[in-house]
Design a protein around this ligand. Structure first.
Ligand code: NCD
Length: 308
């Protein structure tokens, strides 16, 4: 089994366990490559990739671009803020114009859920979803589960709590799919108003008390409150949110076990986690970022091998 079952990476929902393991094994190889003094391989010399970012991004955009360059692909970058989208061009027109420059793969972040699926049905290129609204963020979930596997040797049987704004988070949904696929036990924790009603149907449990959730888990994945996706107030104030759902060093030290802290970034220091937690030895936040490049190299490499 050395091929992905899919031609696009649109969401974890479309992957099976073999796909995940193949991506992890390929990432193991690339992680070794990017730690060499010559960090580049010629694998994708004949592939052109367009990174289309219709929504803000720092880590994900840089990580994809670096992954593509490490594989020796030709790369073009597009960000909506400086493009003709502002002049009223449709998504299909924008993308088809870019594809007529002979682009093989499109990495796209878009504010609309399902934008990647829509594109995959309408254009001739391999599509990688780099985050579609509050829907999925598959490479983030891959790098998160890869980081758990790296830390513990295995994801199966681990207790993982995802804390925060579950309702608006694509990281939460993709992580739930990935963790369940690999056999982890998953709980979500946050204000009731930020936990979708359907969540238990995904096989996860809801825990509204943070201390109880932390006491149960091996890993806490702390999410940012997605204020930009909220038209109304979902909790009284940031201060109250932090009091109930923020992790500080005192809380962490008061547990009778040493848990691992993860965060996809960007961190709002002092809101979901304090600086001393973010920078503590229990945090693997920067390992996640490092693993992101290897995971994205693996995804792009495996999808590109299906184009030829
Ligand atoms: C996440 C995103 O954009 O969904 N960040 C990321 O990709 N590193 C999470 C967030 O914005 O809070």
């Amino acid at each position: 089994m050395s091929e992905l079952s899919v031609n696009h990476l649109l969401g974890i929902k479309y992957l099976n366990e073999n796909d995940m393991n193949l991506i992890f094994e390929t990432a193991d190889h690339f992680k070794e490559v990017i730690n060499r003094s010559i960090k580049k391989v010629p694998s994708l010399r004949d592939i052109t990739i367009a990174n289309l970012f219709f929504e803000n991004s720092t880590r994900t955009r840089l990580s994809f671009e670096l992954a593509e360059k490490r594989l020796s692909a030709d790369v073009i970058n597009f960000s909506a803020a400086s493009s003709s989208v502002k002049k009223g061009e449709t998504l299909i027109d924008t993308v088809n114009n870019i594809l007529s420059m002979k682009v093989d793969m499109v990495v796209m972040r878009h504010p609309n859920p399902g934008a990647g699926v829509f594109l995959s049905k309408n254009v001739k290129a391999s599509i990688v979803n780099a985050g579609d609204g509050a829907h999925e963020h598959p490479t983030q979930a891959l790098l998160d589960t890869y980081s758990i596997r790296e830390k513990f040797g295995d994801v199966a049987g681990k207790n993982v709590v995802i804390v925060g704004d579950i309702l608006h988070s694509r990281v939460a949904l993709s992580n739930i799919f990935a963790l369940k696929l690999l056999g982890a036990n998953v709980k979500v924790c946050g204000p009731k108003t930020l936990i979708p009603k359907f969540i238990e149907s995904l096989g996860v449990q809801v825990e509204t008390n943070l201390r109880t959730a932390l006491q149960w888990c091996d890993v806490a994945n702390m999410l940012r409150v997605q204020n930009e996706r909220m038209a109304i107030n979902y909790f009284p104030s940031t201060r109250e949110y932090t009091q109930q759902f923020g992790v500080n060093k005192m809380l962490l030290d008061s547990l009778d076990k040493e848990i691992v802290i993860m965060h996809p970034g960007p961190i709002n220091r002092g809101v979901e986690i304090t600086s001393d937690v973010a920078d503590s030895k229990q945090s693997i936040i920067l390992d996640q970022v490092e693993n992101g490049v290897a995971i994205r190299m693996a995804v792009i490499y495996l999808l590109a091998s299906k184009i030829k």
